[in-house]
Design a protein around this ligand. Structure first.
Ligand SMILES: [Ca+2]
Ligand SMILES: [Ca+2]
Length: 490
């Protein structure tokens, strides 16, 4: 039985790069013990789930996606005992922990690949994708994905050091299912699956989002859901909603929503309309987010919004109050900027800004440059400070926690008009209404279709009740760059 409360997976998650989060032993690299020491911080923020980027042994010894072992913990991060302690401590705080599972590829130093590459007749040859002669006509993201090993060509679209598994081989399925069970049996609460759009290849023009991928992930979902209160979410940037469907992953990261949220935060009426419509058709299990660890998904939000805090708060208020499961990227809640002097993915994967100096992260020398705005944007400066980004995140996460309709209710009555939008959420008898004005001037909005003569209490911010007329209409004034949350009383 899971120790977690029902519906825990509809609360806010924190995506954590363990190497960058908190160092416990002074070697300059974050680790599991360091993360455990910050669980109180995460609980206080209201987080209900943690997504840990890969934590098992990797060849890269950095991001961890070049997996060398699917079971033993990365030595920089700690031990199996540390993982068990993390799970126990997180569960005590009502938080679930999901692990990044790299299902499409492994490190070229993984024993299975070394065997596979050793000889054409090796019994493990077919764990990976091989051709005797160089296949022609392939271009994946502008590159030839085939590499020579001396006795054939293997397929590795992400990097020659990360060859793709052969998902047409049933043994590959068993291998991954066994590893998933291994972690589930230890009490892990689920997984984030990497690159599920790339599982099966059917030819040079058919290497992405192939129909077989959905069946593979549907079977994975069956396995995971056979355990109590587990959760999974998939990464499929090219087709998020198809993988978010019930018969596929059941939940997928909403790559097709984040840019419109940021445009909405800047006041773009077309984007505001698109955001208001998104969950009318998108699977309710979509996982919303603004940015993550990959530069293809954008820079740190602080950089994307040029440090505009009012817009930043509007973006947060948008995805934290929509359906689905929101994923916060570590440091986002304090407006951490890209790393100083870094480019690409490294700029997004810097030590967490706990205090104004590196000493908040490590007593040693940090493994990478710090965030460019650590002197101004750090936890110590913002925690408990009214109006800070941290306080706004905490308040919004708290609203989602306190009002179950916001966390997992239906989505209805969505509208937008210029710089404003609104929607209702309902679960059982609880009905909430969320209203936004992204514009720089106040907006008067006329609402209709509300319960005749109903009364709505302002849950956020403090405001007077909203009184609905006998014909079900109400009008109110939305201040510039504001969000209002109402709860129906009768
Ligand atoms: Ca360490
Ligand atoms: Ca593949």
């Amino acid at each position: 039985m899971s120790p977690l409360p029902d519906g825990w997976m509809h609360g806010a998650f924190m995506q954590i790069y363990v190497r960058g989060y908190k160092d416990s032993d002074g070697d300059g690299k974050g680790d599991l013990k360091g993360l455990i020491s910050q669980l109180d911080y995460l609980q206080d923020l209201g987080v209900q789930g943690l997504w840990l980027m890969p934590v098992t042994q990797s060849e890269d010894r950095d991001h961890g996606y070049a997996v060398k072992d699917y079971r033993s913990i990365e030595v920089d991060y700690g031990s199996q005992a540390d993982m068990a302690l993390l799970l126990a401590q997180a569960h005590q705080r009502g938080m679930g922990v999901i692990l990044d599972h790299v299902i499409n590829h492994a490190s070229s130093r993984h024993p299975l690949f070394l065997n596979s590459a050793s000889a054409k007749l090796n019994p493990q040859r077919n764990y990976f994708v091989w051709q005797d002669t160089l296949p022609l006509g392939w271009s994946v993201w502008g590159q030839n994905p085939w590499y020579s090993s001396g006795n054939g060509y293997f397929y590795a679209p992400f990097w020659s050091g990360m060859p793709d598994f052969n998902w047409k081989n049933e043994q590959v399925k068993s291998f991954h299912h066994d590893n998933l069970r291994y972690w589930l049996n230890q009490g892990v609460d689920g997984f984030r699956f990497d690159a599920v759009g790339n599982l099966v290849e059917n030819g040079p023009m058919a290497w992405e989002s192939q129909p077989e991928n959905h069946a593979i992930m549907g079977q994975v979902q069956d396995l995971i859901k056979s355990y109590d209160k587990r959760y999974m979410v998939c990464e499929a940037p090219a087709a998020p909603q198809a993988f978010g469907a019930k018969a596929s992953c059941g939940s997928a990261l909403a790559f097709d929503l984040k840019d419109n949220i940021l445009r909405a935060a800047r006041g773009d009426a077309t984007a505001i309309a698109a955001v208001s419509q998104y969950f009318r058709s998108a699977p309710a299990g979509m996982a919303t987010f603004l940015a993550n660890h990959d530069s293809f998904a954008g820079e740190r939000i602080w950089n994307q919004l040029s440090g505009n805090q009012a817009q930043y708060k509007m973006a947060a208020a948008t995805y934290l109050l929509l359906p689905g499961t929101p994923f916060i990227y570590y440091g986002e809640e304090i407006g951490m900027a890209n790393g100083a002097g870094l480019t690409g993915d490294w700029a997004l994967r810097t030590p967490m800004s706990w205090t104004a100096q590196a000493t908040g992260f490590t007593s040693g020398v940090p493994f990478r440059a710090l965030s460019a705005n650590i002197s101004s944007n750090h936890v110590q400066a913002q925690r408990g400070v009214e109006g800070s980004l941290h306080s706004v995140y905490k308040t919004l996460i708290g609203l989602r926690k306190r009002l179950p309709s916001l966390a997992r209710g239906d989505y209805s009555a969505a509208w937008s008009q210029g710089a404003s939008m609104g929607f209702q959420r309902s679960l059982g008898t609880e009905r909430t209404m969320v209203l936004y004005n992204y514009g720089l001037v106040a907006q008067n909005v006329n609402l209709s279709g509300l319960g005749a003569a109903s009364v709505w209490a302002a849950e956020y911010p403090v405001a007077s009740d909203l009184m609905v007329t006998a014909s079900g209409t109400a009008s109110l004034n939305l201040p510039p760059q504001s969000v209002m949350v109402y709860l129906q009383r009768n």
